[in-house]
Design a binder for this molecule. Structure first.
Ligand code: NAP
Length: 384
């Protein structure tokens, strides 16, 4: 169903971390010129739009109640970054009320439903187009780690070269939300303050500094570890999201399930799933997710060919030559953060055999991992 000119687009969750990045990107790309936005709020219905987004409203400057199904049902498209609980509460009521609009969502709630598509158009535009032709109306952003990985090395999957892949992830604090980023920085501050006098004294003993840092980490208060539960600054946490009770985390399960759904593989699709497994680790980075990947390819492909496939897959791949100098400058969260580039490097054949390839990817998880696929889906709808 083609959208009318200037369709009414309901925006929910625009104040959160993903939502704020989405607003920034939509503003930067001129998306608001093509739509009539209607802003919703779960916490301040009836209020007036705050200055940050007030200029984006055209005729309607009221904050509508995000739980008001009748109001939502007026929209041609609803884009929500409000979170999974909101989706669970509102989406079924909206559809039950007969709403036929397009639902674009950042939350995981609907991702694996049969009639929902996980959107990452540079990787799966054919899947999206086929769903649009069939009248599918639910388009859901993927898990940030999966989306960033596929933006970097999707070329190898598209060419059906991958027998299996494993990942060890290095995921940023932002994956948990704004409060997690604040907590990480607060913890760093506490650690620094604890050893400041010793750091200022060049003659102080490093082992004494180390002892005091460890003691401070172990002594962090409940308030200082409220979100991560344990210290993250100067440490890491090799478990992300729920415990599935079978030795895997939910984040690890998403890696395999969502990657295959995005690629249009597995049950319900014509092609078998590619085994993808990982160990997901939270590290003290701000908003870039990094991943060390190991591929077993279906055949021995020259490294130069693999590099060319990855480089040429999409305009956002930033290929980093596998040298020390290029890697330490270009293949780090600090180099990538705030940019739409997905850095791919450390590409090399492994000692395991000619079909085994290692690679490393880094992406800003709030851009390609969250906001960007949502606004691009809106553009796809506007342009169909
Ligand atoms: P978030 O920052 O917690 O925002 C969600 C909502 O919380 C906001 O829309 C806002 O709703 C409310 N809120 C309450 N206090 C707030 C405050 N002080 N500042 C801003 N908002 C506040 O959540 P998020 O990280 O954006 O995630 C939203 C959804 O996207 C989730 O389903 C998440 O799983 C998914 N997702 C997140 C990421 C990520 O990296 N964080 C990546 C991919 C997908 P009201 O304005 O209505 O109160």
């Amino acid at each position: 169903m083609a959208l009318a000119r200037n369709p009414l687009v309901g925006l929910v969750g625009w104040r959160g971390m993903v939502g704020s990045v989405l607003m920034e990107r939509m503003r930067a790309e001129g998306d608001f010129a093509l739509i009539e936005p209607m802003f919703f709020s779960a916490s301040n219905p009836g209020g007036t739009l705050p200055a940050a987004v007030a200029g984006l409203a055209k005729t309607d400057t009221t904050l509508h109640d995000a739980h008001d199904v009748a109001k939502l049902a007026r929209c041609d498209v609803v884009i929500t970054c409000q979170g999974g609980e909101y989706t669970k509460a509102v989406y079924p009521k909206l559809r039950a009320a007969g709403w036929k609009g397009y639902w674009i969502d950042a939350a995981k709630t609907l991702r694996m439903q049969d009639d929902a598509v996980i959107i990452l158009d540079p990787v799966n535009m054919p899947v999206i187009q086929s769903a649009l032709a069939k009248g599918v109306r639910d388009y859901i952003g993927g898990n940030c780690t999966v989306s960033c990985m596929l933006m970097g090395v999707g070329a190898l999957f598209k060419a059906d070269l991958v027998e299996w892949m494993t990942a060890t992830t290095y995921q940023a604090a932002s994956g948990g939300g704004a409060a997690h980023m604040r907590e990480l920085l607060t913890q760093f501050g506490t650690l620094n303050a604890a050893v400041r006098p010793l750091l200022d004294d060049p003659a102080s003993a490093i082992l004494e500094i180390d002892r005091q840092v460890a003691a401070t980490q172990r002594g962090l208060s409940a308030a200082e570890t409220k979100n991560f539960m344990v210290p993250l600054a100067g440490s890491l946490i090799p478990w992300i999201d729920a415990d599935r009770g079978d030795g895997t985390s939910l984040e690890e399960w998403k890696g395999g399930a969502e990657a295959n759904k995005i690629l249009g593989r597995g049950p319900g699709f014509g092609a078998p799933a590619v085994p993808v497994d990982s160990i997901c680790v939270r590290v003290g980075a701000m908003r870039c997710h990094s991943q060390a990947l190991t591929f077993k390819l279906k055949k021995d492909v020259p490294l130069a060919d693999l590099e060319a496939m990855i480089r040429n897959d999409n305009p956002w791949v930033s290929y980093v030559p596998n040298t020390r100098e290029a890697t330490v400058r270009g293949l780090t969260p600090v180099a990538v953060t705030g940019t739409p580039q997905i850095a791919v490097g450390r590409l090399r054949k492994m000692a395991l055999g000619p079909q085994y390839v290692g690679a490393y990817t880094i992406g800003d998880q709030l851009l390609w991992g969250a906001a960007e696929p949502l606004r691009r889906m809106l553009r796809i709808l506007l342009e169909q």
